[in-house]
Design a protein around this ligand. Structure first.
Ligand SMILES: O=C[C@H](O)[C@H](O)[C@H](O)COP(=O)(O)O
Length: 233
């Protein structure tokens, strides 16, 4: 229960940065949930914004909350993206995709002027890699992609949902990859991008503009990037 106090504090605080007229990216997961819920309350109280969702799950929540959604292809730029993370290091590099939403999350983060990451205190790490890195792969020849990842030392495990393979919103599979401590995330990201069959991986290296950390006593800490995020597309 305590953990949700931190998630709620962080998720709700991020919403303070919204301004009327903005286009907002709605993240996925149990922390972004609190941001979406608060945005919903503000919209019902008269705040005019429009939003794009990073997953079907977040789109459903936004609809319940009466937040106006626009299809991503009708949006040129997103003002603020509020999203969670599975791990954050002190360079504001992230692992994301614990909920399987990494591909749309990365597309939306890359299209956003600001990405505010909301996490509870347990997500802060010195070195990325304790949380297995989610890698989204296309079903075609997935065994071959799996073998490429084994050769890279990824120890991949196919994500399951009950007895079936987990399938993303994009119709793909997820391999959860344990590389051990990821000391050079930039190099790993480059290596993963060279493997055919990988659609995207959960390393978000230059996206977060700020991280809001929520603690179990309800306090928050805001960490801003000392230099502007440079996004590579
Ligand atoms: O695919 C899911 C997303 O990347 C989530 O934002 C991430 O897993 C963090 O989720 P939560 O806030 O539930 O820990």
């Amino acid at each position: 229960m305590d953990i949700n106090i931190g998630k709620k504090a962080a998720g709700e605080r991020a919403v303070d940065f919204l301004q009327p007229g903005m286009t907002v990216g709605l993240g996925t997961g149990s922390t972004a949930y609190y941001a979406i819920k608060r945005i919903g309350g503000m919209v019902r109280d008269g705040l005019v914004i429009r939003a794009v969702a990073t997953s079907e799950e977040s789109a459903r929540l936004a609809e319940l909350e009466q937040i106006p959604l626009v299809p991503f292809d009708q949006v040129e730029v997103i003002d603020i993206d509020i999203d969670g993370a599975d791990e954050v290091n002190d360079q504001l590099q992230l692992i994301k995709g614990g909920g399987g939403a990494l591909l749309r999350e990365k597309i939306i983060a890359a299209s956003s002027k600001e990405m505010i990451v909301v996490v509870d205190e347990n997500k802060l790490v010195k070195t990325l890699g304790k949380f297995p890195l989610p890698v989204e792969i296309i079903p075609f020849a997935w065994e071959l992609t799996f073998r490429h990842l084994v050769a890279l030392g990824a120890n991949p495990v196919t994500r399951m949902l009950g007895n079936e393979r987990f399938v993303t919103d994009n119709g793909n599979y997820i391999l959860d990859c344990s590389f051990g401590q990821i000391t050079d995330a930039v190099e790993l990201n480059t290596q993963l991008k060279e493997i055919p069959g990988i659609v995207e991986n959960g390393l978000f290296l230059n996206y977060a503009s700020a991280v809001i950390v929520g603690y179990k006593d309800g306090t928050i800490k805001e960490i801003t990037r000392p230099y502007p995020a440079t996004k590579s597309f």
